[in-house]
Design a protein around this ligand. Structure first.
Ligand code: BJW
Ligand code: ZN
Length: 244
């Protein structure tokens, strides 16, 4: 399995990676679904919606600030680093991620397409105000604050700049991801359950155009039926071996 995948990668002209929460699991960031996919008694899917935010912004912000803290403590693991190295080697052209944790960039990946936003960006629910908390240097102060965050321009509520269920994905990112998938002859699908659309179309587009699908996951996913190679294992253990 590993040997076959390594060969496909070595021969690739235009390889891309498509990643999900599982690639950051070994960095200590909980996934959404499955055994460890719970926060208090809530399923992440019950909190990652505009309705939940309207009903109880305190609860939703509590969840996101908890996640921000976890992510701030986390470091990229060998899987993130292997992808950055593959890009440096010229093999990998882009990482398309559903994750909001910024760990691909922290690991050194340069071409990163974020389909579901970024947890360190906030935006106003009423006006055009946006802020990148890492860039403004306010992230630590922000996560400690107990009050609901308000827009400095208009006083309305701020929300995380991430994509919730029922909301459209950022157009530019989605178009770029689809166009990369159309060009790709190999896609590495790492740590995603492959059930959330439209993101989960990415490997299907590659496959439909004759490209190869290599999947790395600890269990089968929505993508496994179309995988040419399925490697069962932890991303942080499998990915470095693929580079050997
Ligand atoms: C490991 C591992 C290790 C663990 N190593 N592996 C078509 C069909 C059906 C439904 C729809 C459809 N089109 C749209 C929909 C509706 C909906 C949807 O997809 N629903 C399905 C769930 C049924 N989609 C949407 O609503 C999207 N919007 C949309 O379609 O808008 C249309 C529209 C157009 C115009 C106007 C208005 C609307 C939006 C989806 C947004 C998803 N948002 C979230 C939250 C982001 C913010 C945040 O982080 O809080 O995104 S939900 C959550 O799921 C998050 C993730 O990015 C996403 C995917 O999860 P992921 O990454 O796959 O994680 P898990 O936990 O599911 O899986 C982890 C995997 O790792 C597992 O497989 C493990 O085995 C594995 N693993 N350890 C390797 N060490
Ligand atoms: Zn505002």
């Amino acid at each position: 399995m590993l040997g076959h995948a390594a060969k496909l990668l070595a021969r690739a002209r235009f390889a891309i990676a498509f990643t999900g929460a599982g690639i950051s699991a070994e960095s200590g960031i909980p996934t959404f679904r499955g055994r460890n996919g719970l926060w208090k008694t809530y399923r992440a899917e019950e909190l990652a919606t505009p309705e939940a935010f309207k009903r109880d912004p305190h609860l939703v912000w509590e969840f996101y600030k908890w996640r921000m803290r976890k992510i701030l403590e986390a470091e990229p693991n060998p899987a993130h680093k292997a992808l950055a190295e593959l890009e440096n080697m010229g093999v990998l052209k882009a990482v398309i991620t559903q994750n909001v944790d910024d760990l691909h960039r922290e690991a050194g990946s340069r071409k990163v397409v974020e389909l579901h936003g970024n947890i360190f960006r906030v935006r106003c629910v009423s006006c055009s105000y946006r802020e990148n908390l890492k860039e403004s240097g306010r992230v630590f102060e922000f996560v400690r604050e107990k009050e609901l965050p308000k827009c400095p321009k208009c006083g309305s509520l701020l929300r995380p700049d991430v994509v919730w269920f029922g909301e459209p994905l950022p157009r530019e990112a989605l178009e770029e991801a689809f166009s990369l998938a159309e060009r790709a002859d190999v896609v590495l699908v790492i740590g995603t359950s492959g059930v959330v659309y439209p993101a989960a179309y990415i490997p299907y587009i590659v496959k439909e155009r004759g490209g190869k699908v290599i999947e790395i996951n600890v269990e089968r996913s929505g993508i496994t039926p179309i995988a040419d190679v399925f490697i069962r294992g932890k991303a942080g253990e499998v990915m470095p071996k693929l580079l050997e």
